[in-house]
Design a protein around this ligand. Structure first.
Ligand SMILES: NC(=O)c1ccc[n+]([C@@H]2O[C@H](COP(=O)([O-])OP(=O)(O)OC[C@H]3O[C@@H](n4cnc5c(N)ncnc54)[C@H](OP(=O)(O)O)[C@@H]3O)[C@@H](O)[C@H]2O)c1
Length: 253
């Protein structure tokens, strides 16, 4: 065992730490990172939203991971509750690195929705920078035609399945259009499917020094779905700490 806290270890710039991590894309799909904040008892929301769990360090990690990603994947449930906006410009040194690598200045948002129950007046659709590609919405062929028609002028719709979005197929499509690193920002329902299908390479969890209760009584943990066929063993790569928060980076294999 090893003492991690209290520690007199060196100060670390979280942006540089996350930026310098190795993320080799597997064959045929991008490297997939899941990033979530959770309480000590495993809750991912307070009164239905994640904001009550976060802090300064958590926001730094959130921005660092966005800044290094080509696409930000998110479930429609999270979009409906968290008030999603288009990703902002990354801070330095990520902005310069992206420019040097001739990558888009900001990641592109990809929303997964079977129902297309997404309000076209949401900022993620209306506040997109004119120079940026429209957000992608991954949906199914059975989605309602009127909702598709309402979103088509504001988003690029990708049909990936009949009743459920085939996430393996979606990641292959994102790979084909140039994504090498995809950041999934939840929620628990989408996370569960990605892990169950073996599509996650990295899990970043910010553990908030908070107890919330309610998990199992309607409250959500990191994964929302049935027990996995086989538990997934994660490898701890790094832990950073600030203000009582732990910022854990795990690798899946
Ligand atoms: N603590 C954190 O870091 C964090 C992060 C994110 C979210 N959250 C919280 O988590 C909650 C939302 O999570 P959630 O699990 O309910 O929702 P979610 O995973 O964000 O979204 C679920 C929705 O995504 C769509 N979807 C997901 N997989 C699909 C598939 N394979 N095919 C078609 N559609 C698919 C469906 O949308 P349609 O219903 O439109 O078909 C489904 O209802 C919110 O309370 C949010 O605040 C917390």
């Amino acid at each position: 065992m090893r003492i991690l806290h209290p520690s007199d270890g060196p100060e670390v710039d979280p942006v540089e730490a996350y930026l310098d991590d190795d993320r080799p894309a597997p064959p045929g799909r991008p490297w997939v990172v899941v990033n979530m904040v959770a309480s000590i008892d495993g809750a991912t929301t307070v009164a239905g939203r994640s904001v009550g769990l976060g802090g300064t360090g958590d926001r730094q990690v959130f921005r660092a991971l966005r800044g290094l990603s080509d696409m930000v994947l998110v479930g429609a449930g999270t979009v409906r509750t968290e008030g999603y906006r288009p990703p902002q410009d990354p801070v330095e040194p990520m902005a310069s690195r992206r420019a040097a690598e001739r990558r888009a200045p900001r990641p592109r948002l990809v929303v997964v929705s079977g129902s297309l129950d997404l309000d076209p007046t949401l900022p993620l659709f209306t506040e997109n920078d004119l120079g940026d590609p429209a957000p992608l919405v991954a949906t199914v062929s059975s989605s309602p035609a009127d909702r598709r028609a309402a979103l088509e002028p504001l988003a690029e719709l990708v049909v990936c399945g009949e009743t459920l979005v085939d996430l393996t197929g979606l990641l292959a499509t994102l790979n084909d259009i140039g994504a090498r690193t995809v950041l999934c920002e939840g929620g628990p329902h989408l996370n569960h499917q990605l892990f169950a299908a073996g599509l996650v390479d990295e899990l970043c969890v910010s553990i908030s020094p908070t107890l919330v209760g309610g998990v199992g009584l309607g409250g959500r943990s990191l994964l929302d779905g049935p027990s996995l066929a086989v538990p997934i063993r994660l490898r701890l790569h790094r832990v950073l700490s600030e203000d009582g928060f732990l910022f854990c980076r795990y690798l899946v294999s």
